[in-house]
Ligand binder design. Sequence first.
Ligand SMILES: CC(C)(COP(=O)(O)OP(=O)(O)OC[C@H]1O[C@@H](n2cnc3c(N)ncnc32)[C@H](O)[C@@H]1OP(=O)(O)O)[C@@H](O)C(=O)NCCC(=O)NCCS
Length: 178
Amino acid sequence: MRLECTELREFIDLVGEDRALQALSSFSVKRNPDVENFIRTNAVAYEKSDNARTYLVTNENDDILGYFSLALSVVDIPPGISKAMMKKMRGFGRYSADSVPCYLLGQLARDDNASHDDLMMRDFIDFAIEYIMAAKQYVGGRFLLIDCVDDLVELYEKHDFIKINKTGDLNQLIMFLE
Ligand SMILES: CC(C)(COP(=O)(O)OP(=O)(O)OC[C@H]1O[C@@H](n2cnc3c(N)ncnc32)[C@H](O)[C@@H]1OP(=O)(O)O)[C@@H](O)C(=O)NCCC(=O)NCCS
């Protein structure tokens, strides 16, 4: 199956905001109401206010199989991490910073109507990295951050993310952009 990634902005330009909202309103993610709610009701507003960029992953029939959102963020250097990791997060010249700017993979989900065989984590990461590396080329940035529940930590670790912290129910993992 051939997957394509379309910027939400392009989709809105193509079909108009009303039809875009209508198409997104049926996106279903039973396992995660937050990510379902984001694409149904917030993604367009975040796009228009430049708070995030959302990308739709489609198949050759233009069915929307999944989406992810990218944004800017800042992560606190967690207490207790190794000096080597601290240095790697800060980079040269930022030795005393307690927090570091980064990119955020803010939301990511496959529609319940699609399966692992249609679209899997690897596909999301590959598309996201393509956009992030383009941004890095122009503005720098050392790593990509994701917050996720315990059940997804192992999956992200398989895709080169490193766990750095846990706050409440959410784990923070980062992937260095090398
Ligand atoms: C995240 C996602 C794209 C990964 O797709 P994938 O590579 O095909 O992997 P799978 O869907 O098989 O999920 C891998 C494992 O994570 C589990 N999992 C996925 N989403 C989960 C969630 N929200 N809560 C708890 N467990 C979850 C699956 O049950 C599966 O567990 P198993 O290996 O024991 O069967 C997809 O599972 C998804 O869309 N999940 C719901 C959306 C979501 O939670 N997004 C938040 C990301 S931070």
